[in-house]
Design a protein around this ligand. Structure first.
Ligand SMILES: [Zn+2]
Length: 304
């Protein structure tokens, strides 16, 4: 979203950022789950290699990585290098199950100097111009708290003159870095909070729990979660949602449609040749709530 012609107004930019905002299935605009069937188009999971002696060598690893620098916006919340490394490792497994690529953390910095997410990312870009990664993950609540609200969002920024990204986005080309702003501690399916940081109710309020007020809240992963969400893949660990969000936000820069390229939208179903209204909640989670074709766009973008 960065190759911003100068004539774009700040209002227009706000709109563009909004369009990229994450809409993982915790908000109030998610299609109602209409199917509980097993995923029929789910991603192939990498098989575990077993050596002749019967000793497992563990999960196969990608040989090519989408390289990221992690920036912690220390005004929002602390995230340690180890936490960031572990989260990117989780994201790596998620991406490699869906594409030939992994994702790696090649740098880690803390930034408390403030400003917008643009400013934070540009500080990194200008001070590391000779050795830039493919993308940047900023752990932050985001501009106007958008990452805290949605879980994350995405934008792109131009690299310095001569910068060439091996991932050539069909949307912005190969001269940009892909930026994802991610709320590290985002509460997936938070229940009973309303707009507060602490629990206000024993049942869901407002648009929580897929817009089902009155849903019972239960304690899970260290916070109050919708009882209807505890079996979701996103609830499988305290950090799965954030790891999934890293992939979701990276992928946004490789599809032109913004939120219409989420899983389960009319545009996604049409693009995939699926029936209108099709929505498989298990498949949605496996694809990080992004339309499957976007993974093909990402894979096809690689031009080393
Ligand atoms: Zn999104």
């Amino acid at each position: 979203m960065h190759t911003r012609p100068a004539f774009l107004s700040s209002i227009m930019m706000s709109l563009l950022v909004f369009l990229m905002a994450c809409n993982l299935p915790v908000g109030d605009t998610v299609p109602v789950a209409g199917s509980s069937q097993a995923p029929d188009g789910g991603p192939p999971l990498p098989a575990t290699e077993v050596q002749p002696g019967g000793i497992s060598t563990g999960t196969p690893q990608a040989s090519t990585f989408f390289e990221t620098a992690v920036i912690v916006d220390t005004r929002s919340e602390p995230v340690t290098r180890e936490q960031a490394q572990n989260l990117v490792a989780d994201a790596n497994h998620i991406l490699f199950a869906l594409t030939p690529f992994g994702v790696s953390m090649v740098d880690f910095v803390e930034d408390g100097a403030g400003g917008t997410m643009d400013a934070i990312a540009n500080r990194y870009i200008s001070s590391h111009a000779s050795a830039l990664p493919d993308g940047i993950i900023i752990f932050s609540f985001g501009d106007f708290g958008q990452a805290k609200l949605y879980g994350g969002y995405a934008f792109t920024l131009p690299g310095p003159a001569g910068f060439r990204n091996p991932f050539n986005s069909p949307v912005v080309g190969n001269a940009s870095l892909y930026i994802g702003v991610v709320d590290y501690s985002h509460r997936f399916a938070g229940c009973g909070y309303g707009d507060a940081d602490t629990v206000q109710s024993a049942v869901s309020i407002g648009g929580e729990c897929r817009n089902q007020p009155g849903t019972e809240c239960v304690e899970r992963n260290g916070y109050s979660m919708c009882s209807t969400a505890v079996d979701d893949l996103y609830a499988s660990s305290p950090t799965y949602f954030a790891a999934s969000t890293i992939i979701h936000e990276i992928l946004h820069s490789f599809s032109p449609g913004g939120v219409t390229d989420h899983y389960g939208t009319p545009e996604c179903n049409a693009r995939m040749g699926w029936p209108a209204g099709r929505f498989d909640p298990i498949e949605a989670d496996l694809f990080n709530n992004m339309c499957p074709f976007v993974y093909d766009e990402f894979t096809g973008s690689y031009q080393p």
